[in-house]
Design a protein around this ligand. Structure first.
Ligand SMILES: Nc1ncnc2c1ncn2[C@@H]1O[C@H](COP(=O)(O)OP(=O)(O)O)[C@@H](O)[C@H]1O
Ligand SMILES: [Mg+2]
Length: 246
């Protein structure tokens, strides 16, 4: 079906002797908002990295936007990745430059090489960059050096960078784990609206947020899917089983 954005079939990822993700099969369609839940070490970050193409699978097949990732050459993979807005736990900001440059990094793929190079050294805030910064509440910081911002502010810069990218799919790895409740709500609202049709895959530590913001919850434990449910069918029993150490 054309409306499937992500299709994983029997996917696994092994690091040395650790199986981080094992035999995961998932189909995610346009407009779904999927929460990935599970204890630390369950394989959430690995699964998200497999989905955004930053990590390759050691078994199974990963298809994104209809293309099998393992079969792509680097330029084709990059053009798929341009359609994915990623917010990682590391944020991947350049600390020494102004906030505006980090935000505009989300647009480099849309710009030709000449414009992209010019933007690295000289860029004026235009309406696209300013409206993204306004949406994350950082209009005031446009000319600040990124390293001067707090952890929460830096995270909002990473979200603004994703907003200007105009992705078709948002992949966010624990985007709210260090935020206060008000900022958590604002951030999840932004993430869920950022993709063209709202398709979002987000790992969360608080199941209540999955119920509130997502349509579907995938529970991961020891690298395997233990449930895959609409969030309105997520029971306390399923959650306590998920978080029980075993
Ligand atoms: N780059 C890596 N090298 C070695 N082991 C890794 C690497 N990334 C993840 N792992 C291991 O894979 C398992 C799953 O990790 P991860 O996907 O980070 O889980 P989560 O995000 O749910 O905490 C853990 O046992 C972790 O130690
Ligand atoms: Mg993780």
């Amino acid at each position: 079906m054309s409306d499937v954005i992500v299709r994983l079939t029997g996917v696994g990822r092994v690091f040395a002797s650790t199986a981080a993700v094992s035999d995961v099969s998932l189909c995610i369609s346009t407009g779904e908002r999927v929460a990935v839940l599970g204890p630390s070490g369950a394989g959430k970050s690995t699964l998200l990295a497999l989905i955004n193409g930053s990590l390759s699978a050691t078994s199974g097949v990963v298809e994104i936007f209809g293309s099998e990732i393992a079969a792509l050459r680097a330029p084709q993979l990059r053009s798929i990745q341009r359609r994915i807005g990623t917010v990682s736990q590391r944020l991947d900001l350049v600390d020494q430059v102004r906030v505006l440059h980090n935000v505009n990094a989300g647009r480099l793929a849309q710009w030709g090489t000449a414009r992209a190079l010019i933007a690295l050294v000289w860029s004026r805030p235009d309406t696209i960059a300013m409206s993204a910064l306004a949406r994350v509440g950082l209009s005031w910081a446009v000319h600040e050096r990124t390293e001067r911002l707090s952890g929460g502010e830096r995270q909002r810069v990473a979200i603004a960078r994703m907003l200007v990218q105009k992705p078709d799919l948002v992949v966010a790895d624990e985007p709210v784990s260090s935020l206060d409740p008000a900022r958590t709500a604002a951030t999840l609202d932004l993430l869920c609206e950022a993709a063209s049709e709202g398709t979002t895959i987000v790992s969360l530590h608080q199941p209540q947020l999955a119920r509130e913001y997502c349509t579907r919850a995938v529970g991961l434990k020891n690298g395997r899917v233990v449930f895959d449910l609409p969030t309105n069918q997520l029971t306390d029993a399923a959650l306590s089983e998920l978080y029980t150490l075993a």
